[in-house]
Design a protein around this ligand. Structure first.
Ligand code: FAD
Length: 417
C-alpha cells in the first residue's frame, strides 16, 4: 500500500496518477477468524484498526451487508463535539475528540477534521439555564465550552439573525471551539486502509444472517450469505440493524430504529464558518468544503427500516433554518437522504460485553455517534482484546437498563447530534 506523502503525490502526479495501488483488497471470507466484526461503518472498521494496531490481533474480518461506509457513517452531517452533560458521556466523547485532532496523521489519510467550533443557540430562559449548566459541568470535566452573548454569537457566525422580534430570538449560545466536522467517507476509508494494511479482511456485500452459539452458550461464529464463518469472538456494530443481528444470538436489546434525514443545498461560496445547532427550533447547519449547506433533520415519529424518511420532517427543518437564518430563504435544496439510527431509552450507547461469552456490542449511538467513532472504536477494541470493559466504556453497559443506572442524555440535551 502506497504511503501518502509529498514525494508520493508528486511522483504519481508526474506519472498521470496511473500507478496508485488499491487502497484495500476486496477480501474473500476465510473459514475461521479470531474476531469477526459485523458492520463496516466507522465504528466497526475503527475497532478492527485498533485491534490490529494496539493489540496485535490481526486475524480479523469486518463483514458488511453492503459497501463499507454505506451505512450511517456515510450519511451523517458530521458534527463532532464533546460537550455532553454527564461525566460518563463527557469522558467518552472527549476521548474521541482528542483522537480526532490528529486522526489524519495517525491514519496517513486526510479525514479533513476541521475544528471550526460548534455553537448551540439558546432561544428561551430554559435554554439559557440549561446551556450554562452544561458549560459549568463541562469545565469541571476539563471539556472546553464557553457561554457567549448574542453579539458574540453573531461575531462567531455572521449569517445569524439577531432580530428582537423573531419568533425565537437568540439569547446567547454555548460554543465549543475545539469541536467541528470531518469528512465522513474518509473516516471509513482511512480506518479500512489502516486495518487492511495490518492484515484485516474487509468483506463487503455479505449479509450476516445469524450469530451461532456453541452448546455451552458461547459464541461459535456467524452465518452469512457466503456460508458459516467460525470465530472465537464476534463484535456487532451494525447501527440500526444491531437489534436484529443480536436477536439471532438470543440477546434482546432495548433499541428502536428510526429513519433520520439530512439534506444539502446548492453549493455557494464560503458563508458559514462554524456549526450551529438550535435545539429549541430544531435545526442544525454547517457548510461543506464543496460549498453546500449541510442541514440535519430530526428522527421520524415512527420506527422503520425504510431508509427514506417522511417529508413533514424535512419541511419542518427547512422552516426552522429560515427562522434562524432568514438570509438563506431563497436557497435551493439539492438532495435529501436518510439513515436508520439505533435509539436507546436514555439516548446513550451500549458498548462492551454482552451476557453471551465472546459476543460484544457497540450500538445505540442514535443520532450522534459519528463524533464518537475513534473513541468508541478504540475502547471497543480494548474490550474485545482483553475481554474486559475499558475504564471509559465501562458505564455504557446493557445492564444499566435493568439496574436503572441510566446516562440520561435524552433529558439533558433534547437532541443529541
Ligand atoms: C442523517 C444522519 C445525520 C447524522 N448526523 C450526525 C452528526 O452530525 N454527528 C454525529 O455524531 N452523528 C450523526 N449521526 C449518527 C451517526 O451517523 C451514527 O451514529 C454513526 O455513523 C454510526 O456509525 P456505525 O459505524 O456504528 O454505523 P454504520 O455506519 O451505520 O455502520 C453499520 C454497518 O453495519 C452494516 N450492517 C447492518 N446489518 C448488517 C448485517 N446483517 N450484516 C452485515 N452488515 C450489516 C451496515 O450495512 C452498515 O454499513 C447521523 C446519522 C444520520 C442518519
Amino acid at each position: 500500500m502506497t504511503k501518502f506523502s509529498a514525494v508520493s503525490l508528486l511522483k504519481n502526479a508526474l506519472t498521470g496518477h496511473r500507478n496508485w495501488t488499491e487502497q484495500w483488497p476486496d477480501s474473500q471470507p476465510k473459514e475461521e477468524y479470531d474476531v469477526v466484526i459485523v458492520g463496516a461503518g466507522g465504528h466497526g472498521l475503527g475497532a478492527a484498526y485498533y485491534l490490529a494496531k494496539e493489540h496485535g490481533i490481526t486475524n480479523v474480518a469486518v463483514i458488511d451487508k453492503g459497501w463499507l461506509g454505506g451505512g450511517n457513517t456515510g450519511r451523517n452531517t458530521t458534527i463532532i463535539r464533546s460537550n455532553y452533560l454527564y461525566d460518563e458521556s463527557a469522558r467518552l466523547f472527549d476521548h474521541a475528540l482528542d483522537l480526532w485532532q490528529d486522526l489524519s496523521q495517525e491514519l496517513n489519510y486526510n479525514v479533513m477534521y476541521s475544528n471550526r467550533g460548534v455553537l448551540m443557540l439558546a432561544h428561551n430562559v430554559h435554554d439559557v439555564q440549561s446551556f450554562k449548566r452544561h458549560v459549568h459541568a463541562n469545565r469541571l470535566n476539563g471539556v472546553d465550552n464557553q457561554w457567549l452573548t448574542p453579539e458574540e454569537c453573531k461575531e462567531v457566525c455572521p449569517p445569524l439573525s439577531l432580530r428582537k422580534d423573531a419568533r425565537y430570538p437568540v439569547m446567547g449560545g454555548a460554543l465549543q471551539r475545539r469541536a467541528g466536522t470531518a469528512r465522513h467517507d474518509a473516516v471509513a476509508w482511512g480506518y479500512a486502509r489502516g486495518a487492511a494494511a495490518r492484515g484485516v479482511d474487509i468483506i463487503q456485500n455479505c449479509p450476516v444472517t445469524a450469530i451461532r452459539r456453541h452448546p455451552d452458550g458461547s459464541v461459535a461464529g456467524v452465518e452469512t450469505a457466503r456460508g458459516f464463518i467460525r470465530a472465537r469472538k464476534v463484535a456487532v456494530s451494525a447501527a440500526g440493524h444491531t437489534s436484529v443481528v443480536m436477536d439471532s444470538a438470543g440477546v434482546r436489546l432495548p433499541l428502536e430504529s428510526y429513519p433520520l434525514q439530512a439534506l444539502v443545498s446548492e453549493p455557494v461560496k464560503p458563508v458559514f464558518p462554524c456549526v450551529v445547532m438550535s435545539n429549541a427550533v430544531h435545526a442544525y447547519i454547517s457548510q461543506s468544503d464543496k460549498g453546500e449547506l449541510v442541514i440535519g433533520s430530526g428522527t421520524d415519529q415512527y420506527t422503520s427500516y425504510s431508509q427514506r424518511g417522511g417529508l413533514p420532517l424535512i419541511e419542518h427543518t427547512v422552516a426552522a433554518i429560515c427562522e434562524v437564518f432568514p438570509v438563506f430563504n431563497r436557497m435551493r435544496m439539492l438532495r435529501k437522504w436518510a439513515g436508520i439510527v439505533d435509539v436507546t431509552p436514555d439516548r446513550s450507547a451500549i458498548l462492551g460485553k454482552t451476557p453471551v461469552k465472546g459476543l460484544y456490542v457497540n450500538c445505540g449511538w442514535g443520532t450522534g455517534g459519528f463524533k464518537a467513532t475513534p473513541g468508541a472504536a478504540h475502547t471497543l477494541a480494548w474490550t474485545v482484546a482483553k475481554d474486559e470493559p475499558h475504564p471509559i466504556n465501562a458505564p455504557f453497559t446493557l445492564e444499566r437498563f435493568r439496574t436503572g443506572r441510566l446516562i440520561d442524555e435524552a433529558a439533558a440535551a433534547a437532541v443529541a447530534h
